[in-house]
Write a protein that binds this ligand. Structure first.
Ligand SMILES: NC(=O)c1ccc[n+]([C@@H]2O[C@H](COP(=O)([O-])OP(=O)(O)OC[C@H]3O[C@@H](n4cnc5c(N)ncnc54)[C@H](O)[C@@H]3O)[C@@H](O)[C@H]2O)c1
Length: 258
């Protein structure tokens, strides 16, 4: 029960990494809310409270923060996870697509912190480690990759934003910690769809060929499972990481260690 008696919010919690994080936090005693633009399937864990909300919509954020305040009084853990990719050579990337990835990946996290600030501050005094914000960045905030410049830029922005608010809060004695998580390739619907798009463009014969290639390119020889990212988020969300402020936790099977 590493998050006993806490309240958590995970954005984009219906699939992939967000779903694994929501389940892991719930297993460790947190009352978990998730937001998503998709509709939940029937097998969603009954302990998880689903709210239909778009991270790019400020009115949605106000509604979500109010709902959590009404039901729980405060928020201990905010995980800004919702994200999309943006694949293609920079010279062929449309401004519309660039703005879409920035809007979901960057504006979404900013709006989450802005509108959850009051309920996070309310929770901050209750725990030794204070309230905790975990922003899901990527190893691609740290190294370049072919044909993903918009995505890389959005994840770099998340790292800088995380450090800025971490220092801002700590310097003002506000007990809200903020840290970022940097996964390598994780087998999720996002990655599957990204590979399918490349197959559709004729880059490879099948998704499996591309997935095998990504595994071979990773020093550990495989992609991550969503739960391997969720375990790191759990650590940052819990009081166990009480001295971690503005740090970057890289979970990439050795990709950026080369
Ligand atoms: N899969 C990877 O290899 C990988 C690697 C590094 C970082 N990440 C990051 O991890 C996070 C989760 O990725 P994933 O692979 O689990 O993706 P996913 O597509 O499998 O799941 C993302 C979820 O976010 C939701 N979502 C999308 N737009 C939204 C919006 N505007 N508002 C609310 N919800 C929205 C989707 O409906 C979906 O349920 C993203 O930030 C992604 O960039 C993923």
């Amino acid at each position: 029960m590493r998050c006993k008696d806490t309240t958590a919010l995970v954005t984009g919690g219906l699939k992939g990494i967000g779903l694994a994080i929501a389940n892991r936090l719930a297993e460790e005693g947190s009352t978990v809310f998730i937001t998503d633009i998709d509709k939940p399937s029937e097998d969603l864990n009954a302990n998880i409270n689903y709210i239909n909300a778009d991270v790019t919509n400020e009115l949605d954020w106000k509604r979500v923060a109010q709902l959590i305040e009404d039901e729980r009084g405060s928020l201990d853990i905010l995980v800004n996870n919702a994200g999309v990719d943006c694949v293609g050579p920079v010279q062929k990337t449309s401004l519309k697509n660039w703005r879409r990835v920035m809007s979901i990946n960057v504006d979404g996290a900013f709006l989450g912190v802005k509108h959850c600030y009051d309920i996070l501050a309310k929770a901050s005094e209750k725990r030794n480690g204070g309230a905790s914000i975990v922003n899901i960045s990527s190893m691609l905030s740290k190294v370049g990759y072919i044909d993903t410049s918009g995505y890389n830029a959005s994840k770099g922005a998340i790292s800088s934003f995380t450090k800025a608010i971490a220092v801002e809060f700590a310097s003002k004695n506000i007990s809200i910690r903020s840290n970022s998580v940097h996964p390598g390739f994780v087998h999720t619907p996002l990655l599957q769809q990204g590979m399918q798009n490349l197959v559709n463009e004729g880059v490879a014969d099948s998704v499996d060929v591309l997935l095998d290639m990504l595994s071979e390119m990773t020093p550990i020889g495989r992609m991550a499972k969503p739960n391997e990212i969720a375990n790191a988020v759990l650590f940052l969300a819990s009081d166990e990481s009480s001295y971690m402020v503005g740090s970057e936790l890289v979970i990439d099977g050795g990709w950026t260690a080369r």
